[in-house]
Design a protein around this ligand. Structure first.
Ligand code: FAD
Length: 401
């Protein structure tokens, strides 16, 4: 049986960026990507789809069309990692062997973590930009709502694109404001966490938008159950002393950001840390115990913001350090924890939050990062999708690395 030089698990942003980066550096490598899905999604644009500002079809591409030329695509799902034997087990029971592994299976939307959610999505105003099939329904709900109550939820961290729950809110509110409906709509944000945004610098300008849209803010308030038929949601609120209280709220629209966790194949494996994520070194992205394993993307427990922007900076670090390890040389690549969250505070304007580990600001442009700009809206809606597909997934890093 074949032993691949590099086996990549997951053909999402991280897996494909890493495979492309490796092949650019060393075309002689034999690389296989294990990925079950027929379609690859550009998820960052789903926020814009939910705001009526992006064609959903442009976020989906056939997987075959984005696989880097020269890699072998194994269309299958990994059931289990067996790092002690340098193998993975597939869903049909077959095994695949490797010399080096790149683990990039993304994260899992834990829909069953909220009672009634799976069943309720897509009807009676219950929606989520986190799923391709429902992001267009968000925009339909926003257009249809003339009065009543709209709830937006954020689950406990970590989640991918931590700003996305409030981006959905801002774009909805902006539409209602332009349509002169906002004063008839009671908008509430239920955040399981205690702060509006994890990096303090960006909190004041975001609070200003919350005020402008007259949003009721509920911190430490976690969505537990939904009854789409009755248009009711239940939250558990925790006060400063840790007392928990259940609260029922009726709604006309409910935008849910589902709870998120590491995929089961990672959680149940020897590769996981205590929280279930890939136990990788935050600087080198190499696994802390298995030296021939690297992690990239949302499944990593590296503490950066889980974003495609992070993947863009991680891919060359993984490639350089993996090749060094393969060659028995010291690793020279260092990841600074970069991630970016373009906050779509109104249609046509974005606050571009770029930061690394411990919230250290890492702006790409010498401009006040707290200011909402139309140039950043252009960057988010026009430039980034092209950078993603034409540069990042093709390993063309001299422009973006
Ligand atoms: P993914 O791209 O999700 O890919 C994971 C892949 O692994 C999938 O193709 C899946 O099929 C495959 N897989 C899963 N399990 C297995 C298995 N067992 N075996 C084999 N393959 C498997 N990022 C930004 O940079 N900016 C943004 O503005 C932004 N906004 C976002 C808004 C929304 C609504 C969402 C949902 C995401 C957003 N993101 C944003 C986050 C970004 O999309 C992710 O961080 C990025 O896709 C992570 O890449 P990944 O490869 O780790 O995971």
């Amino acid at each position: 049986a074949t032993t691949w030089d590099v086996l990549v698990v997951g053909g999402g942003a991280g897996g494909l960026a890493a495979a492309a980066s490796l092949l650019k550096r060393r075309p002689s490598l034999s690389i296989a990507v294990i990925e079950p899905a027929d379609t690859h999604y550009y998820q960052p644009a789903w926020t814009l789809v939910g705001g009526g500002a992006f064609d959903p079809a442009d976020t989906a591409r056939p997987m075959a069309s984005v696989m880097p030329r020269g890699v072998k695509w194994i269309q299958s799902r990994v059931e289990a990692f067996v790092p002690e034997q340098n193998q993975v087990v597939l869903d049909d029971g077959g095994r695949v062997s490797y010399r080096m592994l790149v683990a990039a299976p993304g994260l899992e939307l834990h829909l069953d973590g909220v009672e009634g959610l799976r069943d309720g999505l897509g009807r009676n105003g219950v929606t989520s930009n986190y799923l391709f099939e429902y992001a267009p329904y968000t925009w339909q709900c926003v257009r249809d709502l003339r009065q009543g109550r709209a709830l937006f939820t954020q689950p406990p961290m970590p989640i991918k694109c931590a700003g996305a729950p409030q981006k959905a809110l801002y774009l909805s509110c902006d539409h209602w404001r332009r349509q002169h409906r906002l004063s008839n709509i009671d908008v509430r944000f239920h955040n399981a966490g205690g702060v509006l945004f994890g990096v303090e610098t960006f909190v004041p300008p975001l609070m200003e938008y919350m005020r402008r849209y007259q949003v009721g803010l509920n911190f430490n308030s976690t969505l537990k159950a939904v009854d789409a038929g009755a248009r009711k949601a239940w939250f558990v609120d925790t006060d400063a002393d840790g007392n928990r209280q259940e609260r029922e709220e009726a709604f006309d629209m409910l935008h849910v950001t589902p709870p998120q966790r590491a995929p089961r194949c990672v959680r149940d494996s020897a590769l996981a840390n205590d929280a279930g994520w890939l136990d990788a070194d935050p600087d080198t992205l190499r696994h802390n115990r298995f030296e021939n394993v690297f992690a990239i993307g949302d499944a990593s427990g590296t503490g950066n913001a889980k974003t495609a922007a992070a993947v863009r900076k991680q891919a060359p670090v993984v490639a350089v350090n993996l090749l060094a390890t393969l060659d028995g040389k010291p690793m020279s690549g260092r990841y600074q924890g970069y991630g970016a969250c373009p906050l779509t505070v109104e249609k046509g304007k974005v606050i571009l939050a770029e930061f690394g580990y411990q919230g250290a600001l890492q702006p790409s442009f010498p401009l006040d990062p707290t200011k909402a700009r139309s140039s950043y809206w252009w960057l988010k809606s026009k430039a980034m999708p092209r950078i993603y597909f034409d540069l990042m997934l093709k390993g063309r890093e001299w422009l973006t690395g």
